[in-house]
Write a protein that binds this ligand. Structure first.
Ligand SMILES: *Cc1c(COP(=O)(O)O)cnc(C)c1O
Length: 369
């Protein structure tokens, strides 16, 4: 049996008729950038996430850059985030002109450890970007408390966490802004790049809408220096069709994770859910300790595609050498990068496939010395 890490193509097969019809309709309309389909998606997602404004942009990375810019983050400012995330989180801070400052993660959730943030706060700190890694909600109570104490903004990186819930509220709705990604492999994926910013603040929403379209207040009149970062109508239309399946897909992701958890917990460390958080399982990540590399090799050789998210924490990346961090600065992030593996998980995965992966993981752990 072969089990892929994820399979995006089945989503298209399931919705092909609707999507094909819509794509032709938009091609014939020649209405490609922003427009009616984008507005419809923005309304649907603001409703789903329980926020006043949802603004479509060109990618999840741009969502972070525009949110930071709209909140006034600029050169000379510091923004605290996790070193254990996709590079885009820190890259966005740098592109907004500010300096990323890292705080280590919690060993169980792999999310930023709120207790380690205070030590990283300086007089230049303006914001925190918590990342709900793999779809697992951060400890928002603790983060909001720190933000309040030091008067910091919170921009949630919810790129992996659409559909996740914390204390009965949707992830992405807690911060001053929440950022979503519609990259094809994400839980709600487009046929290309796309992203969205969530906020309850009218002034931020107004600024983000200006920034995404060259700072234009009307045709060829520009009040601020902006970006070109818009969501295509075609992508928005495809996303709207897929959105109707998101709840069902998230439920299935959670059922698969529950099956994995119950069968794997004796042999490896399985994902931890907080009492208040509902994990959206964008990725299903286990910790295999010193057997990680052996297990990764064993699984891939036997047809079970597995990968490491992420093999090099950001403080040790070449592009961030100038920040002056060294090995040993964030031991939990470093350990996670050496010990974790993502196993296959996609909503259309069958129980037989899950059981096959489980058997192989158990076999591998026993075999590897
Ligand atoms: C995917 C991702 C991003 C960037 O989103 P894009 O749409 O690819 O630009 C940012 N942060 C995290 C944690 C991600 O997983």
């Amino acid at each position: 049996m072969k089990v892929p890490l994820m399979n995006i193509n089945i989503q298209y097969e399931q919705l092909k008729e609707k999507i094909d019809k819509k794509m032709v309709e938009i091609a014939e309309s020649s209405n490609f950038v922003l427009g009616k389909e984008t507005e419809m998606l923005e309304r649907a997602i603001s409703g789903l996430c329980g926020v006043k404004f949802a603004i479509g942009v060109a990618s999840g990375t741009d969502a972070l850059i525009l949110a930071l810019s709209a909140l006034g983050i600029k050169e000379g400012d510091e923004v605290i985030t996790t070193p254990f995330t996709f590079v885009a989180t820190a890259e966005a801070i740098s592109r907004a002109g500010a300096k990323p400052v890292f705080a280590d993660i919690d060993a169980k959730t792999y999310n930023i450890d709120a207790a380690k943030i205070e030590k990283a706060v300086t007089s230049r700190t303006k914001a925190i970007i918590p990342v709900h890694l793999y779809g697992n909600p951060c400890d928002m109570d603790a983060l909001l408390e720190i933000a309040k104490k030091y008067k910091l903004k919170i921009i949630e990186d919810a790129a992996q966490a659409i559909g996740a819930v914390y204390a009965g509220r949707r992830i992405g709705s807690f911060g001053d802004a929440g950022c979503l990604s519609f990259y094809p492999s994400k839980n709600l994926g487009a046929f290309g790049d796309g992203g969205m910013i969530l906020t309850d603040n009218e002034e931020s929403a107004r600024m983000i809408k200006l920034l995404r379209i060259h700072g234009a207040i009307s045709s060829y009149r520009h009040s601020v220096i902006g970006f070109n970062s818009r969501l295509d109508n075609l992508q928005a239309a495809i996303l709207s069709i897929k959105l109707s399946k998101l709840e069902e897909w998230t439920k299935r992701r959670r059922a698969i994770a529950a099956l994995y958890n119950s069968t794997l917990k004796e042999v490896v460390a399985v994902p931890t859910e907080q009492a208040k958080g509902m994990h959206a399982y964008h990725l299903y990540v286990i910790r295999a300790g010193k057997k990680r590399d052996g297990l990764l090799d064993f699984l891939n050789k036997n047809g079970v595609e597995s990968r490491v998210y992420y093999p090099v924490p950001l403080h040790l990346q070449e592009c961030y050498r100038d920040l002056g961090y060294k090995t040993g600065d964030f031991p939990e992030a470093e350990r996670a990068s050496l010990e974790t593996i993502a196993l296959p998980l996609f909503p259309q995965m069958g129980d037989d496939q899950v059981n096959y992966v489980v058997d192989l993981v158990k076999k591998g752990i026993k075999l590897i010395k």
